[in-house]
Design a protein around this ligand. Sequence first.
Ligand code: NCD
Length: 328
Amino acid sequence: MLDVAEQTASALAEPAVWRHKDLLDTDTLTRAEIELILATAEAMREVRSRPVTKVATLRGVTVVTLFYEQSTRTRASFEVAAKALGADVVNLTATGSSVEKGESLIDTVRTLEAIGADMVVMRHAASGAPYLAARHTGASVVNGGDGRHAHPTQALLDLFTLRRHLGSLEGRKIVIVGDVLHSRVARSNLWTLLAMGAAVTLCGPATLLPWTLAGRSETGSCDVTSDFDSAIEGADAVMALRLQTERQAGGLVPSLREYVAGYQLNAQRLARARAGALVLHPGPMNEGVEIAPAVAHGLASVIEEQVANGVAVRMAILYLIATARGVR
Ligand code: NCD
């Protein structure tokens, strides 16, 4: 049986080499690097389907999850991914660590490095925090979500899920709908989807759309609109975003009823998309707000698959970073 490295290499026509110490966002990734992650994740998915789902590839590697913001799936998914590769995992949260005593982020990551952390998976409410951390530690930093800014592994698992169903994304219409303004998921997805040639539409009430994203970007074009019924017309996939109540100072949405009326992904709206269009959501869902329960759990939904694919994609990222560090 091929090992993971051989499988990855054989899946790539022109194998790219991973050179990044950290993964902070998707905007720095080339298309070849994105393809490398997807191919590696495909190999990891195969590893996960074996009777013995664990390998020893990252034996002796210490992965610390450092979560300053709440999370269920991202943290658990990284932990499962690291353990499936045989790494040692230490989980830290802001409560119960010296962060509560006021230890600075820089001191914290330096301490983690001193005790032998090779990689730190970090989530923080402040946009940019993982960038600061990465500059002050030799450990590799993987961004598990920073404020409203970026969530690279979510975007990559979304892409992996889309690709498994749609094949090439060249020219495919992908609509991202909802609270785009506060969404690190939308931003990181935009870079990967454009890099893969998709036609992306960002949709939401004007108060929840960042105007700076309108128009052309460096890598492709992105439409921005507040008209969901038109935007969804002929879409190949629709990604609904959670209304981020915790990041709103208030006043951006006139009322929940109006928001639901204009922007909920429901069966009538989905019927306007291409037949067989996919429904995605990064979770956690506010069912009955941004997405109707019948759609969230309907035939078009790949939401549970996204969660399952998250493990394989995170395994791929941990593996590639470990390879670049020369720790395997
Ligand atoms: C997202 C996040 O935390 O950014 N969730 C996740 O990681 N699965 C999206 C969200 O919270 O809305």
